[in-house]
Write a protein of this length. Structure first.
Length: 312
């Protein structure tokens, strides 16, 4: 059976995230951008079950159409399990089963949540004993959003978004997440932003090399002030996402005209996140979207990071 306690399977859950605020710096020579983000983990989670196996495999289920996802070694969950095995010298593999609830290519870090949950589940299954602090350096090597999926809560991310510092949030924030049938490629959205900045260079203020999270946004989450947070929601990638998917503008208008305090494209999109004053307003907004044929769910934040939910 293996594992520290002889478990045959371990299930872990990790949260999707909303970029409450996202600033994007100038394009760097290495092809990346310096970013500054205020992340909030939300209750829409990915669930990964790991079982002992000779090799590494992954399969998907749940309410999301996963037919287009890769199940080979390029998959982020498999990469996470392989990295943990390589770093700890674990000789075996893992069969991973993922229940997806976070939209694919939706700007909410679903793949990163899969990787974080796979790290936590395999660490427990194999008895490798790294724990959250030991897994964090591995998470950083897998992608910018993986460390936050591991940590959860509310945090400021700088650099490529993976240099995290906690931003303690007071109270609970209610969100409505409106999904799109088609995903958006993160590299394509960044490229569209660069083209826009280059095209309008004479009309736009100079793009800073280094960017920071606005202090007003940090204060709003620390004080639990939903109205103040609604006033400072911002995403530098939103104009680029709207150019690539113009219908998102109509989604944002619909949400803000049906009770949302504010709406924003989450990350590179196309998921739109709406901050609402309370749970009743969230339910009413989901119903309004349903009447227009738009899929939407309620979520709350901040949510806990990757954690074990079952070990058998």
């Amino acid at each position: 059976m293996g594992g520290r306690r002889g478990f045959g399977s371990v299930t872990a859950r990790a949260p999707g995230k909303i970029n409450v605020l996202l600033r994007v710096g100038a394009l760097q020579p290495d092809g990346y951008h310096d970013v500054a983000s205020l992340y909030q983990a939300v209750s829409l989670c990915e669930e990964v079950t790991a079982e002992h196996a000779e090799g590494f495999s992954v399969r998907f289920g749940g309410p999301i159409d996963c037919s287009g996802l890769s199940v080979d070694d390029s998959n982020l969950a498999i990469r996470a399990a392989r990295l943990l095995a390589a770093e700890t010298g674990h000789p075996g593999g893992a069969a991973l089963s993922v229940v997806k609830q976070v939209p694919i290519a939706g700007g909410m870090g679903g793949g990163s949540a899969d990787a974080a949950a796979a790290l936590v589940a395999c660490d427990e299954l194999w008895g490798t004993g790294l724990g959250r602090s030991g897994l964090l350096p591995l998470a950083s090597r897998l992608g910018a959003d993986v460390p936050f999926a591991l940590a959860g809560g509310t945090a400021i991310g700088v650099g490529r978004g993976d240099q995290l510092s906690p931003a303690l949030a007071k109270g609970e924030f209610h969100w409505v997440l409106a999904f799109s049938d088609a995903g958006l490629s993160t590299p394509e959205v960044y490229a569209a932003l660069d083209r826009h900045r280059e095209r309008h260079r004479s009309d736009l203020p100079p793009v800073r090399q280094r960017v920071e999270v606005d202090p007003a946004a940090i204060q709003a989450v620390r004080s639990g002030d939903r109205v103040a947070l609604a006033e400072v929601l911002h995403n530098d990638l939103q104009p680029a996402a709207l150019r690539l998917a113009p219908h998102l503008g109509e989604v944002l208008e619909l949400g803000e005209s049906h009770g949302a305090l504010a709406g924003i494209v989450s990350g590179s999109g196309p998921t739109c996140a709406f901050l609402v004053p309370h749970a009743l307003a969230a339910a009413e907004l989901v119903s309004a979207f349903a009447r227009e044929g738009i899929s939407a769910v309620t979520a709350t934040g901040p949510a806990r990071g990757a954690r074990i939910t079952r070990a058998e």
